[in-house]
Ligand binder design. Sequence first.
Ligand code: HAM
Length: 430
Amino acid sequence: MADPIKAVRGTRDILPPDSALWQHVEQAARDVFQRYDFHEIRTPIFEDTQLFARSVGEETDIVSKEMFTWEDRPRAQSEKAQSLTLRPENTAGVVRAYIEHKLGETGKLQKLYYIGPQFRRERPQKGRFRQFYQIGAEVLGPPSAGSESPARDAEIITMLAQLLREVGIRNWELQLNSVGCADDRARYNQALREALAGVKDKMCADCRRRAETNPLRVLDCKVPEDQRIIESLPKISAYLDEPCREHFNEVRKILNHVGLRYQVNERMVRGLDYYTRTTFEFTHGGLGAQSALLGGGRYDGLSEGLGGPKAPGIGFALGLDRFVLALQSEETVGIPDQSPAIYVAPLGQGMNAEAAVIARDLRKQQIATELGDDTFRAKKSFEAAERSGAKFILFVGENEIASEQFALKNLKSGEQMTVARAEIANKLKS
Ligand code: HAM
């Protein structure tokens, strides 16, 4: 026999009952987003490769090493093949959609959220997959709508603390930084380039290359031998201009006032090139090496970089896989019980049709119902009902149908009662 085919490396199946925990996080996120006036956007899972090259940045690990990219077949011989890529993140797609649909012309702040798979060809390990899932949100719009305000940054971060609380994750830490505006970044990059000139030969190959092409990315390096040099490099805070410094101070002032604790981490520049000003990450101790629960920041120049209007924005994406791992490591939230309330067991030949009507009526009345079939004798029905996790079992036989009275048995306590047909749903709800 041929070998069975397995899920591809770095991908996996989310099976019940674990999937209930995923739904719990998704539902909490949708609830919180609604209270903060965010609305759902769904963008395609693949996009033109240039979109990611121009936003996330050619020099980032994501674009230079991790994308799933292929050439699409040209529609006509005269056409060039289009390069397409499975989205490695969703901010670029949202900003593309903002530009394409002229959402800026509404004059309104756009508050958009998304839930869906992302793809990066990273080395799989705990908390790191090649197909992973993000829940993210973005606030962007014309400056006249208040999109540049530090109040937006603080609101997003406050919303995240609320979401973590409602999901049930407690042991998180918030790291905060400001990477300044494009001018600050240019001056800081220059300072890094100069500082690296004398030491880069002692560093890893990636750092040596980046010291020339995009020195900021050197701060992302995880190679242990390079850390001492990186610690000695100039710090971004010394290169922020006055408006950026003030913006960051205001974000911190609001966060202090709402009582959120955070650490300023000047090395946190994040692995994507579009960031400006505020950047942040929430980490969790139970995740191992991949400790980032979520990350985000401001991207005031992204829309213009993609050929759109001025549309400052800020957003985040959380790793759903990692949220579930964090929940499991804290053991404070169990898997929500999704087993049926009742198991309907047809008793004796020819009872399938009657049982189907009863099950249909219960389901209409919002009762989660499992249905057996009449090849099962009473003992086998009990066993099947236990396996399904149902709390009650109801037998449907000729006598019950004729008298409209049914024996309803509580499978946990063993208690049995006789209930009129019209009363079954009420009894279960009580
Ligand atoms: P990111 O930091 O690249 O940011 O990813 C956000 C989160 O996605 C990470 O903190 C992590 O929880 C999760 N994640 C990333 N890669 C993987 C992986 N291979 N396996 C499992 N989980 C992963 C962004 O993607 C930005 N678009 C966030 C953003 C939105 N910034 C502004 N708006």
